[in-house]
Design a protein around this ligand. Structure first.
Ligand code: UD1
Ligand code: CA
Length: 500
């Protein structure tokens, strides 16, 4: 297939709906599928197709401030437009072309009193050539993918269409708009919304995905002519198909999941499961094993081949995992860089880097800002926070290391603690290479323990320890001989038994 560029194309994403049936404080487009809002999936697909952020307009309405917050988080600089009243998908699209800072001359006469196109090419639409194209998508259909967008565009250009509707075959066709074709020519006549279908139309199983390519000029010609004399009393974008049916076409997606959306939490769960399966499939192809159940892998996670993911494991954020690792069971990883041959068993790890051959678990918490260098060994009930742990260092049991810089081949005995917080500030602990930190050592930060030095078990280290030294901080040990025999309580007890 020849390479196409969508560098000049524009997109309008409809995200003004409320989604009452989700029963959420969030608008529907911000409901998550695999940890990412549905709107995010759509924006990613548009971006992957090659459409620039500044050419991707988002129409917001219900809970607009939340949607705008999300757009800001993505740092996309997306143009956005308000639809103050929810009057239908056609009305929503119109907002992107009528609200703008820059005005141009109106060239379109509205047919209905309600829709007024004030400017033909406001800022968002300006700069395009006369055959400029615009992609319109629903913000609540997360399975729409960049390949479908591009393939539909190729067809749209090849056939020189005014509108190309992206369709799919779905059985049963549910609530989706039905694609009505001419019996003889098979050409697209119109899209009929489920509510407005005749019994015969209800049986049509080709449906509207809610995504379309339009010649921008023709879309702007059609929009003001929309009427709301239908069952919902809304200005349907779908009616543009009939208005433009002289040069209308369809692109039928190979995979019908592209149409899927969710109206309630049950459907959202189904989307999550479908998406999880799609992601497994990608990893299987890339040579990753996922065994057993309850593995959830986020969209942006990268895993190299011959890594094994075990049950009850969640991997999310911008995590990358090298080859030959065993991750899980019972492991949660968010935003980590994990190198090769790493073994993590019952580990929770966040915003950290884990180098080759590290072994951690079970029951380990690796908190943000941690770097575990090559070959670090971490055993049960250990927490590491915002610390560098040098190559080959071992933290075998029951230990907390926070805000520390630990050298190579350091050995921590059981139960060591860095006291990094004094109630006011956080301080660092520095430990040199090859140091031996005895069991139950408390390191009161800020403090430094030199290379090759030893802290005696049970010591509370408050002063710096020079290289190669032994630091002991303990009360003098006393032995009381014959304590048992002389102990008053013991004597009384013996008397009672008649042994005295
Ligand atoms: C729409 C299509 C239908 C298609 C389906 C695919 C219309 C009339 N119908 O139906 O043919 O099969 O999508 O999912 O277009 N929105 C606004 N403002 C509005 C109304 C909707 O921004 O005034 C947004 C919603 O937030 C949503 C999208 O547009 O992201 C689709 O709206 P929705 O009400 O879900 O339309 P459907 O009934 O699903
Ligand atoms: Ca919908």
């Amino acid at each position: 297939m020849k390479e196409i560029s969508l560098g000049m194309a524009r997109a309008v994403i409809l995200a003004a709906g409320d989604g009452k049936r989700m029963n959420s404080a969030k608008p529907k487009v911000l409901m998550n599928v695999l940890f990412q809002p549905m709107l995010g999936w759509v924006l990613d697909s548009v971006e992957d197709a090659g459409i620039k952020h500044e050419n991707t307009a988002v129409v917001v309405g219900s809970n607009a401030e939340q949607v705008l917050d999300y757009l800001e988080k993505r740092e996309g600089n997306y143009p956005h437009f308000f639809q103050h009243e929810r009057k239908g998908t056609g009305h929503a699209v119109l907002q992107a072309f009528t609200q703008a800072e820059e005005s141009a001359t109106a060239q379109v006469k509205p047919a209905s009193g309600l829709l007024q196109i004030k400017q033909k090419f406001p800022r968002f639409a300006a700069g395009g050539s006369p055959d400029d194209d615009v992609l319109v998508l629903c913000g609540d259909a997360p399975f729409m993918n960049s390949q479908t967008i591009k393939d539909a565009y190729i067809q749209h250009k090849k056939d020189d269409n005014d509108i190309t509707v992206i369709t799919a075959k779905v059985e049963p066709a549910g609530n989706y708009g039905r694609i009505k074709r001419d019996k003889n020519s098979n050409r697209l006549i119109s899209i009929v919304e489920m509510k407005d279908c005749s019994p015969a139309e209800l049986l049509i199983n080709e449906v509207n995905s809610g995504a379309y390519w339009f010649k921008t000029e023709r879309l702007l010609w059609a929009l003001p002519q929309l009427q709301n004399n239908n069952k919902s009393g809304e200005f349907y974008l779908t009616d543009t198909a009939q208005l433009l049916n002289q040069k209308a076409g369809t692109y039928t997606a190979d995979d019908s999941v592209i149409v899927l959306g969710a109206n309630d939490r049950r459907q959202l769960r189904e989307l999550n499961e479908l998406m999880a399966d799609k992601i497994y499939d990608r990893h299987y192809s890339e040579g990753v094993d996922i065994i057993g159940h309850n593995v959830i892998i986020g969209k942006d996670v990268k895993i190299a081949r011959d890594t094994l993911i075990m049950p009850n494991t969640i991997i999310k954020g911008k995590t990358s995992i090298g080859s030959g690792c065993v991750i899980g069971p019972d492991t949660y990883i968010d935003n980590c860089t994990i190198h090769e041959n790493v073994v993590l068993n019952s580990v929770q790890a966040f915003d950290s880097t884990i180098e080759n051959n590290v072994k951690a678990g079970p029951f380990v918490h690796i908190r943000p800002g941690t770097v575990l260098r090559k070959g670090v060994k971490i055993g049960d009930f250990v927490e590491v926070k915002n610390s560098q742990i040098g190559e080959g260092t071992s933290l075998a049991h029951l230990t907390y290391i926070g805000d520390s810089d630990v050298g190579k081949k350091v050995n921590f005995g059981c139960g060591c603690v860095t006291a990094n917080y004094d109630g006011l500030g956080k301080y660092r602990t520095v430990i040199g290479d090859n140091a031996f930190i005895g069991c139950n050592t408390n390191l009161i930060a800020p403090v430094e323990v030199g290379a090759n030095s030893t802290t005696a078990a049970g010591s509370t280290i408050t002063k710096n320890v020079p290289d190669g030294a032994l630091a002991i901080e303990r009360g003098q040990m006393n032995i009381k001989e014959n304590w048992y025999k002389n102990n008053l309580r013991v004597r009384k007890a013996e008397e009672k038994k008649g042994n005295a």
